[in-house]
Ligand binder design. Structure first.
Ligand code: XBP
Ligand code: MG
Length: 244
């Protein structure tokens, strides 16, 4: 029986990648690095999950002349601060159908989780921008990229989300936008709904259990348990239900 929806963040809850790209480029300019990622370059670079890892991948283009690991870490920290500022300026909205599906899931007594490659700080930033609350007050469990040793497409972050929800893989449904995310959830044994995003619509997403343009088309009647089970939820869950 389905007991939880586990959401990816970037590209799934919101079209955040363009904001990540902007934050990267502003920091590159500020640091006079001579780097600038175009939309097409960034689309290709997204095959490497994680901002630090993406920068390290790009560094290879420059051979020994590229920044060292400590510089990449410092630049990425600055990028995270810039991304947070952009979120606070109201640059992001939830994708269509996300808010309604979360509400329906709550009404049906389901738990809500997050499994993302980005950091917990960025998840909290997005959550405050969209719900005016930290992610821990909106979701029952948040598993972030800075908490696992291997990022997507490895299963680690989905396994961590399941552990925190106290569920087995067959009791959850992942909502993803990318091939790396799809592979990660599948490797953890979780069924996956994929809603391609602006930066992933060209990818091979055919392994998805359900492929939808966006979550307004989510088959809630077929997949969500009946609303009656909402009363069996914990107090914490009851409080959360008013927020999504
Ligand atoms: C997508 C990613 C992230 C973001 C940038 O994550 O690969 O790296 O592009 O975030 P998701 P950081 O699993 O949520 O789709 O710079 O914080 O890594
Ligand atoms: Mg994603």
């Amino acid at each position: 029986m389905l007991k939880a929806l586990i959401f990816d963040v970037d590209g799934t809850l919101a079209e955040t990648e363009e904001l990540h790209r902007r934050a990267f480029n502003e920091i590159f300019t500020e640091a006079r690095l001579g780097w600038h990622w175009s939309v097409d370059q960034y689309r290709a670079l997204l095959r490497t999950t994680g901002g630090k890892e993406r920068m390290a991948q790009y560094r290879r283009t420059f051979g020994a002349a590229g920044p060292d690991d400590a510089t990449i870490a410092a630049l990425h920290a600055a990028k995270t601060r810039r991304y947070g500022q952009l979120l606070r300026q109201g640059a992001i909205r939830l994708r269509p159908g996300v808010r309604a599906l979360m509400q329906q899931a709550r009404t049906s007594g389901l738990l809500l989780g997050v499994a993302t490659t980005t950091s917990r700080r960025n998840v909290d930033g997005l959550s405050r921008a969209c719900w005016d609350a930290d992610a821990g007050d909106v979701f029952d469990a948040v598993a972030a990229g800075d908490e696992v040793s291997a990022k997507k497409p490895a299963p680690d972050v989905y396994e961590l989300a399941l552990k925190r929800l106290g569920l087995s893989p067959d009791e959850a449904l992942a909502i993803e936008d990318s091939r790396n995310g799809l592979l990660s959830a599948k490797a953890a044994g979780i069924r996956v709904v994929v809603t391609p995003s602006a930066y992933t619509e060209h990818e091979n997403l055919s392994d998805a259990d359900i492929l939808l343009q966006d979550l307004t088309a989510f088959p809630a009647q077929a997949l969500l348990p009946s609303a009656g089970s909402a009363e069996s939820r914990s107090c914490a869950g009851g409080e959360l239900s008013s927020r999504v």
